[in-house]
Design a protein around this ligand. Structure first.
Ligand code: BES
Ligand code: MN
Ligand code: ZN
Length: 494
């Protein structure tokens, strides 16, 4: 789908579909609405009289009549005025793309509400509407052709004000990168060995102008990164550590380091997982994919930041060479870890990933990881579990999450929790079998490796996969964390 800036008021000219936005209990027709009503022989006002109320996520399509200049007319509800925010428009954009997915729509025009009618900036409305439509139009077609290649081809958004062009460019880039990230998460582990994901990173760097260095298993061994190596040693496809480097900020600006868990398949290893649902563990590299997508987006949007992306990549399989419960490994930081469960492998690869990030002397570290099933138990699928050691950083992430429609919720990392991961024989153990505070324990483990560097941890395990359809995210991977962190970078440039 192509997004363009509509010129003029959007109430004239031919199109294949016209979208009209409504606030609940304020069902007024603007000029475009009135014209559409006339063209549809009064069908719009009839719907407003009975049926359509403008409720959040409400979508009604009036199919194109033979004489209509506007083709299909789509009524989109934004919900109550008091609750109106960017997310309302993102959901409406999703509803629009969804409603027209099975029709042929070369050009769809959408007229935003006038600035005085909405509490947020018009360019934000434009951007959110576009983003919702773009995200909703994603399909994973690498192995199965799309049933149809219809839907909206060009979406022209009217009424976004003078800042609309820049806002819509951001929506378009983020929409494309979000699809790229979802393709990586959807891709079966068969076709995404650690080296394949490293190759994606390398090709991305060449294409968009950022550095990419790939450390092989030999390098990892030399550097003492035995945690990544231990997780990968049960697979024939060896681990990698990828370090991306985007230098878009002033020279004197200390970089931000993003670390993404890149377990390309998590069988659990010797502590093997139950069979049912294991196929979803091809998505255990969602954190790494998100970080790659963030760096690509930052480069494409020329964001004024110096960034590192650190991707520890490994495959967790129970092969003959696999690590065992009871093993003690020495991480790159010199901390020894007793492996209680080979299925608590994410914190192992991140231990070395965060340690490597620290060596790059960043101003802060943010990691993104599908770390604990307990995140879903605690928060369901409506919030990313957020933890860290720096209030300011956590506040910036929280705000960006609200703006991006990827909400977070902070969990504590009080030192009392450290007791749970104390080991008799090593500095730390990677799991206790007590079942208490599962997500927090993941955070407690990682905190040790972040040390005194400002650090935040996004556990996306509860939100990484949509089971039900959603206004703008299909069933399947959500790429959560990516849009949030791009947003944070946009809001805190320099
Ligand atoms: N990759 C999983 C977490 C996960 C679960 C992600 C469900 C997405 C959906 C992680 O490596 C894992 O296995 N975690 C264990 C931790 C435990 C052994 C401490 C878990 O959640 O059971
Ligand atoms: Mn696991
Ligand atoms: Zn895992």
């Amino acid at each position: 789908m192509k997004i363009i800036v509509g010129r003029g008021k959007g109430d004239s000219g031919r199109c294949d579909a016209l979208a009209l936005l409504f606030i609940e209990a304020e069902l007024r027709l603007d000029a475009a609405g009135k014209a559409a009503d006339r063209e549809s022989g009064g069908a719009v006002s009839r719907l407003l009289r009975d049926g359509f109320e403008g409720k959040r996520d409400q979508v009604e399509v009036i199919p194109a009549g033979r004489s209509s200049r506007f083709g299909h007319v789509v009524l989109l509800g934004l919900g109550k005025k008091e609750k109106l925010d960017a997310e309302s428009f993102r959901r409406a954009g999703g509803g629009l793309a969804g409603a027209l997915a099975k029709r042929t729509v070369k050009l769809c025009r959408a007229a935003l509400l006038p600035a005085e009618a909405v509490p947020i900036a018009v360019e934000e409305c434009a951007r959110a509407l576009a983003e919702g439509a773009l995200l909703r139009s994603y399909r994973f077609t690498e192995y199965k052709k799309a049933e149809n290649d219809q839907g909206i081809q060009t979406l022209a958004i009217f009424g976004g004000g003078p800042k609309a062009p820049a806002a819509l460019t951001r929506a378009a880039v983020i929409g494309e990168e979000h699809a790229y990230v979802r393709n990586l998460i959807n891709r079966p582990a068969r076709d995404l060995a650690p080296e394949d994901l490293a190759a994606e990173a390398r090709a991305s760097g060449r294409r968009f102008g950022f550095g990419c260095r790939v450390f092989t298993e030999k390098d990892l061994s030399r550097m003492g990164y035995h945690a990544i190596l231990a997780v990968g040693q049960g697979s024939r496809r060896p681990p990698r550590l990828v370090v991306l480097n985007y230098a878009g900020g002033p020279k004197k600006q200390k970089p931000l380091a993003l670390v993404g868990k890149g377990v390309i398949f998590d069988s659990g290893g010797i502590s093997i997982k139950p069979a049912q649902g294991m196929e979803q563990m091809k998505g255990d590299m969602a954190g790494a994919a998100a970080v790659l997508g963030i760096i690509r987006s930052a480069a494409r949007l020329s964001l004024r930041h110096n960034l590192f992306g650190v991707l520890p990549l490994a495959e967790n399989l129970p092969g003959g060479g696999a690590q065992r419960p009871g093993d003690i490994i020495r991480t790159g930081a010199g901390v020894t870890v007793e492996v209680m469960s080979t299925d608590a492998e994410g914190r192992l690869v991140l231990a070395d990933g965060i340690h490597h990030a620290k060596k790059l002397k960043p101003r802060a570290i943010v990691d993104v990881a599908t770390l604990t099933g307990a995140a879903f138990i605690a928060l369901g699928s409506h919030a990313i579990a957020l933890m860290g050691n720096d209030e300011g950083l956590l506040a910036r992430i929280t705000a960006a999450g609200i703006a991006a429609g990827e909400r977070t919720w902070i969990l504590p990392l009080w030192e009392e929790y450290e007791e749970i991961l104390k080991s008799e024989v090593a500095d730390l153990k990677n799991n206790s079998w007590t079942r208490e505070a599962g997500t927090i324990c993941g955070g407690i483990f990682l905190k040790k490796f972040a040390g005194d560097t400002p650090w935040a941890h996004l556990d996306i395990a509860g939100v990484d996969w949509n089971e039900k359809s959603h206004p703008y995210l299909a069933k399947g991977p959500t790429a959560k964390g990516m849009r949030l962190l791009v947003r944070m970078l946009e809001e805190h440039a320099d």
